[in-house]
Design a protein around this ligand. Structure first.
Ligand SMILES: [Zn+2]
Length: 265
């Protein structure tokens, strides 16, 4: 049995180990995940990041899981072909920021390593320093902006519900855009800063509403609508274009940096 990743099932699985398989003549890392709730072995290819994983229900079944994945290499290769190509974030690359295309260019005359340049109608992300570090610096500035905006929006919406989050953390999660713990800790993907503001706002309002309603019942949806109005438009955007936000990888030149950590904490 095999399935394409769904956000709910993958979020419960824990990474147990990594195995290397030969697929289409190339080595591909396969994450072996443990999930006691899994009823059988499942091979998945994340549709936007291309992360290959196999879920095993018990530690004893790990070897069997790897063998199982080895038997599915044709299917995995077929799925990997459908993953959108990655965009390395070097100088000259184009990237979405707040839903608008920005170009990465060299910057001068500031102390910060990278910044968003909106002066004179620009849509540029400026980076200083050595070219090989450009991608890393772009990701750093985007994560910093993401943290600032996500935190501000979370407190803004929470205040409207008469509450406040305990922590707001920003991560690079492939499986979900946001989450809310029972202890009022909110967590978001930094990549939401790449999406248009109405999409980021919806995800934040959704998680904030969970601080009041830990379910997806009618009362929950009423709260989200009170906070952001229409929910269908941002949901459709995430469904149709969400995978595009995972294309960008913090790599300047091919082969000079590590592959990004995807799909795991
Ligand atoms: Zn939810």
């Amino acid at each position: 049995m095999r399935r394409v990743s769904s956000s709910k099932s993958s979020s419960r699985a824990q990474l147990a180990e990594r195995a290397l398989l030969r697929i289409d003549g190339k080595p591909v890392a396969v994450a072996v995940k443990l999930n006691p709730r899994a009823r059988r072995l499942i091979v998945k290819v994340h549709p936007s990041t291309g992360e290959v994983s196999v879920v095993a229900p018990t530690k004893r079944s790990i070897d069997h899981a790897i063998d199982f994945a080895r038997g599915e290499t044709d299917w995995i290769a077929e799925r990997l072909k459908q993953v959108p190509p990655t965009v390395p974030l070097g100088l000259g690359a184009r990237i979405l920021y707040r839903g608008e295309e920005h170009v990465i260019r060299r910057g001068e005359g500031r102390r910060t390593p990278a910044w968003i340049d909106h002066e004179d109608g620009n849509r540029i992300i400026r980076v200083t320093g050595e070219t090989e570090h450009a991608a890393r610096r772009v990701v750093d500035v985007l994560k910093r902006e993401a943290k600032k905006v996500l935190e501000a929006r979370a407190f803004y919406y929470a205040q409207q519900l008469g509450t406040a989050p305990k922590h707001v953390t920003v991560r690079d999660t492939a499986s979900r855009w946001g989450s809310c713990s029972t202890k009022r800790s909110l967590s978001f993907s930094w990549r939401l800063i790449l999406a248009p503001p109405f999409v980021l706002d919806y995800v934040v309002a959704h998680e904030v509403a969970h601080m009041r309603e830990m379910n997806h019942g009618p009362r929950f949806w009423r709260l989200v609508e009170e906070l952001v109005g229409n929910t269908e438009k941002p949901q459709a955007w995430l469904r149709e274009k969400g995978s595009l936000l995972h294309r960008y990888v913090p790599r300047s030149l091919p082969g000079t940096a590590r592959a990004p950590a995807i799909g795991t904490r």
